[in-house]
Design a protein around this ligand. Structure first.
Ligand code: CDT
Length: 308
């Protein structure tokens, strides 16, 4: 048996005025709680260090560079890395990355138990739009401020477990899980910031938003026989509400831990990674059952083409 206690560090809202240092202090508090529960791998949300700034429109996108990190770790986050090293805790969190050559990505990093960065992922599926859209109840300008990730979907053997990362909207796409599943993933970490209102369909409601989130991650876990940890940044940020609903899902697709609040909250569960083997060797033994000769469209066609 390969058992590890995995934690999700859901975070409550971060206001525009909150400093990185204040936020990191909250992350460290969650890490201390996780350590007390025996957690060895801790998952924080997407854009964990700042407010969800893509909701704000700036004519000059360079104004938004203040939300980006040009190195990691940096002065503000170093104490979190130091604490993790002291506690022997692997972790992952998301942040806005500005590269030395001027590229902007929605990024997450993965560390080992010595706080060495062993993996980097840059969000592939960027939701929203590029220009200000007056038809929407609120803006979602990820396509304005970020470029699509250039690293693809990778896994890392970390602390004895095959781990992969995805970010927020990626969780709604089966391609995300299957790319990772084809590399034998056993733990997929997904941080998210999901507005509780659909800006183009107000009637949708929070219940259905949470259902779609659960549905996507539970299906991804089951169909690839992997654990999935989805962790929210939740609550009201400068008047805009983000849903909670952080969960840990087992390789059967069952939810084994769930957040109850919209604030800073630790969820955790003991994961036995040997449980991933059964599904991978039977109903989802890809080598025996996949028929890639019939999947060609997936790799060559992006949008829908309906026959005339
Ligand atoms: N952060 C992020 O990717 N949020 C999206 C909202 C989509 S609405 C344009 C999500 O899929 O949760």
């Amino acid at each position: 048996m390969r058992k590890m206690i995995v934690g999700g560090a859901q975070m409550g809202p971060i206001q525009q005025a909150d400093s990185r240092e204040t936020v990191v202090a909250r992350m460290m508090e969650l890490m201390r709680k996780a350590h007390a529960e025996g957690v060895k791998m801790l998952v924080y949300p997407e854009l964990a260090l700042t407010t969800f700034f893509p909701r704000w429109y700036a004519e000059d996108r360079a104004e938004m560079d203040r939300w980006f990190e040009s190195e990691m770790p940096n002065g503000a986050t170093q104490p979190l890395f130091d604490l993790a090293r002291e506690m022997g805790m692997a972790f992952t969190f998301g942040f806005a990355e500005l590269t030395p050559d001027g590229h902007h990505y929605n990024t997450s990093i993965l560390t080992d138990a010595q706080a060495n960065i062993v993996g980097t992922y840059r969000k592939v599926h960027l939701p929203g739009h590029v220009d200000h859209d007056p038809e929407r109840t609120h803006q979602h300008l990820e396509k304005r401020y970020f470029e699509p990730g250039d690293l693809g979907f990778n896994v890392w053997r970390n602390e004895g477990v095959v781990m992969g990362m995805a970010i927020c909207n990626d969780r709604r796409w089966p391609e995300t899980y299957r790319e990772l599943g084809l590399q034998g993933v056993e733990l997929i970490t997904i941080g998210y910031n999901t507005p509780s209102v659909n800006s183009q369909k107000g009637a949708e409601g929070l219940r259905q938003r949470l259902f779609h989130s659960d549905l996507s991650m539970q299906a991804g876990a089951y169909q690839n026989s992997t654990y999935v940890v989805g962790v929210a940044k939740a609550g009201t940020e400068d008047g805009h509400h983000l849903m909670g609903g952080s969960i840990i899902v087992d390789p059967d697709g069952e939810v084994i831990a769930r957040a109850e609040t919209e604030g800073d909250e630790l969820i955790f569960a003991e994961c036995d990674f040997d449980r991933c083997t059964f599904g991978k060797a039977t109903v989802f033994d890809f080598a025996r059952h996949r028929r890639i000769e019939h999947y060609q469209r997936i790799g060559r066609q992006t949008g829908v083409i309906v026959p005339v």
